[in-house]
Design a protein around this ligand. Structure first.
Ligand code: PGA
Length: 262
């Protein structure tokens, strides 16, 4: 079935690259990837590199995302950066990534406030959700998804849900996990259906159909095609494999080919 939704290929560089290294990477990427918005290529760069990259980037080729920010716009919050301070650099922002939830103890309330702050500032939040290995073992995948989705979106109105992207990232499949194992396409397709059902329950069926759902967790150049072919999956959020520009470009090319074939 042809999906009217756009495909997104998002690199999550995490805490890697100096501004200079990020700049070299972008230069290399822009020589290789064609202009065009399908797939939409996005680089979630470290905050410290966003300004440099924003001056260099050709937004017809790719866009930038924040990896993190504080949800208040201004004020006495030593050491924090708000989305209103960086919104001129980025079009997207990751919210609720499992590394933020579990390493930095970000609460469901923080996540909901960040989703709202991104929307308020004209930035598209990429809300990351996914069950832990334990939740999966206990048969609680659907409950974990529902819980993270409803709490993450609780400030988002029916009018604004079209400004949100969901990334399904089962924690046990993310490469930074000690015992990470790649998710099977059947598991991802099932999770995608649960997410769409939950969205339909919250916002109605038509709106649920329009929300892009991405997959993330140990995706590499060899496995990208298999994940992109899953019904209902609209792109990828790539960590480790995005650190090598050539690998990331190869994944972008794969996405373009699959999109054209659909
Ligand atoms: P990974 O990371 O591709 O290295 O598993 C994905 C993510 O954390 O977004």
């Amino acid at each position: 079935m042809t999906s009217p939704r756009k495909t997104y290929i998002i690199a999550n560089w995490k805490m890697n690259f100096t501004p200079g290294e990020a700049s070299l990477y972008l230069n290399r990427l822009q020589k290789r990837i064609p202009a065009g918005r399908n797939p939409q290529v996005v680089l979630a760069a470290p905050t410290v590199a966003l300004q440099t990259l924003s001056l260099q980037i050709d937004r017809r080729q790719c866009k930038l995302a924040a990896q993190n920010f504080y949800w208040r716009d201004y004020g006495a919050f030593t050491g924090e950066t708000s989305i209103s301070q960086i919104r001129s650099f980025v079009d997207y922002a990751l919210v609720g990534h499992s590394e933020r939830r579990y390493i930095f103890n970000e609460s469901q309330e923080d996540i909901a406030q960040k989703v709202a702050a991104a929307i308020r500032n004209g930035v598209t939040p990429v809300l990351c959700i996914g069950e832990t290995a334990l939740e999966r073992k206990d048969g609680e995948t659907a409950a974990a998804i529902y819980n993270q989705l409803t709490s993450g979106l609780h400030e988002v109105s029916k009018e604004d849900i079209s400004k949100v992207i969901i990334a399904y990232e089962p924690v046990w499949a993310i490469s930074s996990n000690k015992n990470a194992k790649p998710a099977k396409p059947a598991d991802i397709e099932k999770a995608q259906m649960i997410i769409r059902q939950d969205l339909a329950h919250l916002y109605g069926k038509d709106i649920a159909e329009a929300v892009p759902i991405l997959y993330g967790g140990s995706v590499n150049a060899d496995t990208a095609a298999g994940y992109l072919e899953i019904e209902g999956i609209d792109g990828l959020l790539i960590g480790g494999a995005s650190l090598i520009a050539d690998t990331f470009c190869a994944i972008v090319e794969t996405a373009k080919r699959i999109k054209n074939e659909r």
